[in-house]
Design a protein around this ligand. Structure first.
Ligand code: GUN
Length: 282
C-alpha cells in the first residue's frame, strides 16, 4: 500500500507548536522579506509566507522593490535590515532580475539573520557537517517529513534531480549526512531513467511537469516531489502522480507535500534566529 507523505498535516503540527511557544512566552520574532519585481510565483510565495507569519504571531515586513532597482539600492536595504535590532531574519526572495548579482546580494546578509541558510558562511558550515545558524528551508522540510514517517536514509540510494543552491545541492549534503548514497542528476545527466530505476528514493526538484513517469521507478521507491508547475491554472509537481503512486511505497503530493513544509521551516528558522539573537543579548 502506498503512503501519502502529508506535508500539510505535519506543517500544521509544527506551526501550531511555534504559535503556542510564541504566545506562551510573549516572544517577538520578526522576519523581513525583500521582493524585487513582480514575478508571479514570487508574489504568491511571499504572500503565503506573510499570511503564515501573521497566523503564528511572527511579525513580518515585506520590502517591495521595483524590477529595475539598482544593486546598490538593494544592498543598502539589506545593510539597514542587518543593523535593525528588531529584525531577526532576512529573506531575499529568489529569483532576482538578471542585472543584479545574486551572489553579492545574498552575501550581504548577516549570517545570523540568514533565515534561508544561503550565505557562504551558513552553506559552508552545512557542507562541512557543522551547525549553520539556519538550514535551507526546503531541504530541512524534506528531511523532517521523512523523519516523521520513520523513513531512514541510511544505506539508501537517493537520486536528487536538480542541482540548485536552494534545494538540490543542500539536500544532497543533508542526505549524505544521514548516510545515504546520493546521486545528483541534472539537465545534462545522460539516461536519467537508468539512475532512477535503481534508486530507493527519488527527489525531483527540476521544475518539469511529468518528468518522472511510472516506468522510471522501482516498485517500493520513496518519491519526493519538489516541483511546482502551473498548468491550466492548476498546480502540479514533476512526478506523474497518478501512475507513479501505484508503484511507490511513500509519495508526497503537490500541493500539500513539500510546499507547506518549506513555509513551516521558514517560520521555525525565524523563531530559532530570534532566540539565538536574544541569547547573545543576555
Ligand atoms: N525562491 C524559491 N524558493 C525559495 C526559497 O526557499 N528562498 C528564497 N529566498 N527564495 C526562493
Amino acid at each position: 500500500m502506498t503512503v501519502i507523505l502529508d506535508g500539510k498535516l505535519l506543517a500544521e503540527k509544527i506551526t501550531a507548536k511555534i504559535r503556542a511557544e510564541i504566545l506562551k512566552n510573549s516572544l517577538k520574532p520578526k522576519l523581513a522579506v525583500i521582493k524585487v519585481g513582480d514575478n508571479p510565483a514570487s508574489l504568491i510565495y511571499v504572500r503565503n509566507k506573510q499570511k503564515k507569519a501573521l497566523e503564528l504571531g511572527i511579525e513580518s515586513v515585506v520590502i517591495e522593490l521595483p524590477s529595475n532597482v539598482s544593486e546598490e539600492n538593494l544592498l543598502e536595504q539589506i545593510y539597514i535590515l542587518n543593523e535593525d535590532t528588531e529584525i531577526n531574519a532576512i529573506l531575499v526572495q529568489l529569483p532576482l532580475p538578471e542585472h543584479i548579482n545574486k551572489q553579492r546580494v545574498i552575501e550581504a546578509i548577516e549570517p545570523i539573520k540568514d533565515v534561508d541558510g544561503f550565505t557562504s558562511y551558513n552553506f559552508g558550515r552545512l557542507a562541512l557537517g557543522y551547525q549553520p545558524y539556519s538550514f535551507p528551508c526546503t531541504p530541512k522540510g524534506i528531511i523532517r517529513l521523512l523523519d516523521e514517517y520513520n523513513i531512514s536514509l541510511e544505506g539508501k540510494k537517493a537520486v536528487v534531480i536538480g542541482r540548485s543552491n536552494i534545494v538540490g545541492k543542500p539536500l544532497s549534503i543533508l542526505m549524505q549526512r544521514r548516510n545515504a548514497t546520493v546521486i545528483m542528476a541534472h539537465s545534462k545527466t545522460v539516461n536519467l531513467k537508468e539512475h532512477t530505476l535503481s534508486a530507493d528514493i527519488v527527489v525531483s526538484a527540476a521544475g518539469h511537469p511529468y518528468l518522472i513517469t511510472e516506468d522510471m521507478i522501482n516498485k517500493g521507491c520513496i518519491i519526493v516531489d519538489v516541483g511546482i508547475n502551473r498548468i491550466d491554472n492548476k498546480l502540479i509537481g514533476d512526478i506523474d502522480f497518478n501512475t507513479v503512486k501505484e508503484k511507490a511505497s511513500y509519495i508526497t503530493p503537490v500541493p500539500g507535500g513539500i510546499g507547506p513544509m518549506t513555509i513551516a521551516m521558514l517560520m521555525e528558522n525565524t523563531l530559532e534566529l530570534y532566540k539565538l539573537q536574544k541569547s547573545f543579548e543576555l
